[in-house]
Design a binder for this molecule. Structure first.
Ligand SMILES: C[S@@+](CC[C@H](N)C(=O)[O-])C[C@H]1O[C@@H](n2cnc3c(N)ncnc32)[C@H](O)[C@@H]1O
Length: 222
């Protein structure tokens, strides 16, 4: 899968793309991610990418010319062009899985007050928010999207099984996990997990998932 990230802060993704599972996925060419600086498509002497908003108001708005030129330079037929924005559709695990099946994504990160509406109207296919809060720019939002969708690409996790019990896969949150030692500072691992009885372990885990979901995210049970 190919992903182009368009941002004014390409270096924000340096560590993210070279570490851990994502680093290995990129090395193995399961993912081909290119981070591009929108400023490279600015044509004036000062490489301007933003200007004051028409109608007044605080802050600056990213300009059409460099952003549209950047998108047009990297897009391919059938690719999905996504703008990360707090007023987009909330990102979910189901959306991550859907996007993981695409051949090519173009992810646009905004900055300042956002981007000129005409960019959204003409060269953006979808708008996604990673949560009800406002970041200073969309680069980390693009990273969140990439990280979540990468887990659905065969080979990225190594052990495909590890996806099956995750939070949200079954509309339930995950069950509690324990590892050695069996006793730590007077706290013991629940007996059932040491029993070797997998039917009982599954039953216990499902009960824990239901209880946790009821307490923390009752909306998922509706
Ligand atoms: C300061 S924000 C702009 C906020 C915009 N004026 C608003 O109120 O909706 C700058 C950029 O950060 C990114 N961003 C901020 N919060 C985000 C979120 N929750 N999800 C996705 N992208 C976000 C977007 O790319 C946005 O263009």
């Amino acid at each position: 899968m190919r992903i182009d990230v368009l941002t004014l802060f390409p270096r924000m993704l340096d560590g993210f793309l070279s570490e851990s599972m994502l680093g290995r996925a990129c090395e193995a060419k399961l993912l081909e991610i290119t981070v591009r600086n929108v400023r490279d498509w600015a044509t004036d002497k000062h490489r301007t990418t933003d200007d004051r908003p028409f109608g007044g108001g605080a802050g600056m708005v990213m300009k059409c010319e460099p952003v549209v030129a950047a998108i047009e330079a990297v897009q391919t037929p059938g690719c999905r062009r996504i703008y990360l924005t707090p007023d987009g559709v909330p990102f979910t695990s189901a959306k991550a899985e859907e996007l993981s099946k695409q051949q090519h994504l173009v992810l646009l990160s905004g900055h300042y007050e956002g981007i000129d509406q005409r960019i959204r109207d003409t060269v953006i296919d979808e708008e996604i928010s990673i949560g009800d809060y406002v970041l200073t720019n969309g680069t980390l939002a693009a990273a969140v999207l990439i990280d979540a969708l990468a887990r659905f690409i065969p080979g990225v996790l190594g052990e495909e099984k590890s996806l099956t019990h995750e939070s949200f896969t079954s509309k339930l949150l995950d069950f509690p996990q324990y590892t050695r030692p069996a006793e730590y500072r007077g706290m013991s691992v629940p007996e059932v997990l040491l029993s070797g009885n997998h039917t009982e372990i599954d039953k216990w885990r499902t009960a824990q998932q239901e209880e946790k979901t009821r307490q923390v995210r009752p909306d998922l049970l509706k």
